[in-house]
Design a protein around this ligand. Structure first.
Ligand SMILES: Nc1ncnc2c1ncn2[C@@H]1O[C@H](COP(=O)(O)OP(=O)(O)OP(=O)(O)O)[C@@H](O)[C@H]1O
Length: 316
């Protein structure tokens, strides 16, 4: 369990993390979401004792990180995959970490095997691709067989097979009863991996809830209907007091009713249906809806007018 209590971090005038209170529980994968600059990395760094809170507290299984003897046995983390000594081989990098935490040498071989790096164990880390670096970082996180695991953008640089692998790894670590805390900007991936979500914006807590509840609260759900007997269907729905929205190309949309109810109404009136489908917004839509006001860095979609760049680049 990771517990935060009023956790706050200021950098001068900037409040990077603002009074965060939440707990990351064992046995599930908890996703950590927020727009760029929301304070996710700063929060994770404070969890690991790499940054000191301005105020508030964070505890790892009831203890401060600094008080943990051989911390890799309590919490394993992937924060920055490039944070390795490039001149060391993958094996030696892990061996150094293992020795400083009283972890037996054979565990190095085990984690190299788990992450699929056995064949390059003697190669220097500086020659590794982004994906191989991520795997090495994950091996380091697993080294002490910790009860708590934390991953900052773990799928960054991984190929589809690697993404599939890390998803299953995180789920199985949680199924073993471990605490798994993971940040990612890849919403489609998060939707497949996390059971619970903590969402922050501009350093503040915006949501701490289950995945299903988060999507239901922050997006519209409706039933989509297509029928060749559209006018009769509209009459039947109106008579039943159901509010219908007519969207383009003859599709009807009904908020606040279940597909079963509408199907039964249609059957009672012998109406033919070509489609009757419950629609739920994606995690991405729900996330954009919730965080719209706390996004700090907006891209401009309009192309700048040529004169803004000067005309020097133009060909005559
Ligand atoms: N060492 C620092 N000094 C000054 N400001 C900092 C420092 N570290 C972070 N910040 C600021 O704190 C805020 C939160 O940054 P942080 O990196 O924690 O966000 P994030 O949610 O991890 O963002 P991203 O998704 O872009 O990685 C940002 O405005 C950032 O500029």
């Amino acid at each position: 369990m990771i517990e935060l209590e009023g956790l706050t971090k200021r950098y001068g005038e900037k409040v990077a993390v603002n009074n965060l209170t939440f707990a990351v529980r064992p046995g599930i994968v908890t996703g950590f979401l927020g727009p760029n600059g929301a304070g996710k990395s700063t929060t994770m760094r404070m969890m690991l004792g790499l940054d000191r809170p301005t105020s508030g507290d964070v505890r790892i299984d009831g203890q401060h990180y600094d008080a943990l003897k051989e911390p890799l046995k309590y919490i394993g983390a992937l924060l920055d995959a490039k944070a390795t000594h490039g001149g060391r081989s993958a094996f030696n990098h892990l061996l150094f970490l293992a020795q400083s935490n009283g972890i037996p040498r054979r565990r190095v071989d085990e984690v190299l095997d788990t992450v699929g790096l056995t064949s390059v164990a003697k190669k220097k880390a500086k020659g590794f691709s982004l994906g191989m670096g991520q795997r090495l970082g994950i091996a380091a996180a697993l080294l002490g067989d910790p009860r708590i695991l934390m991953f900052d953008e773990p799928v960054n640089g991984l190929d589809p097979e690697g993404i599939h692998w890390i998803r299953n790894l995180m789920k199985s670590l949680a199924a073993q009863g471990r605490t798994v805390f993971v940040s990612s900007h890849l919403m489609s991936e998060m939707a497949l991996t996390a059971d619970h979500l903590v969402v922050i914006g501009q350093g503040r807590l915006l949501a701490d809830t289950s995945m299903a509840d988060f999507i239901a609260r922050n997006s519209r759900s409706y039933v989509r209907i297509r029928t060749p007997q559209r006018e009769r269907m509209l009459d039947v729905l109106h008579q039943a007091g159901v509010t219908v929205v007519e969207s383009g190309s003859g599709v009807l949309e009904v908020d606040g009713s279940k597909a079963e109810q509408i199907g039964e109404l249609a059957a009672q009136h012998q109406l033919v249906l070509h489609e009757l489908s419950p629609q739920q917004a994606s995690l991405e839509e729900a996330f954009m809806q919730l965080t719209a006001e706390s996004v700090e860095y907006h891209a401009h979609t309009d192309e700048p007018a040529p004169q803004e760049w000067g005309d020097g680049w133009r060909k005559d």
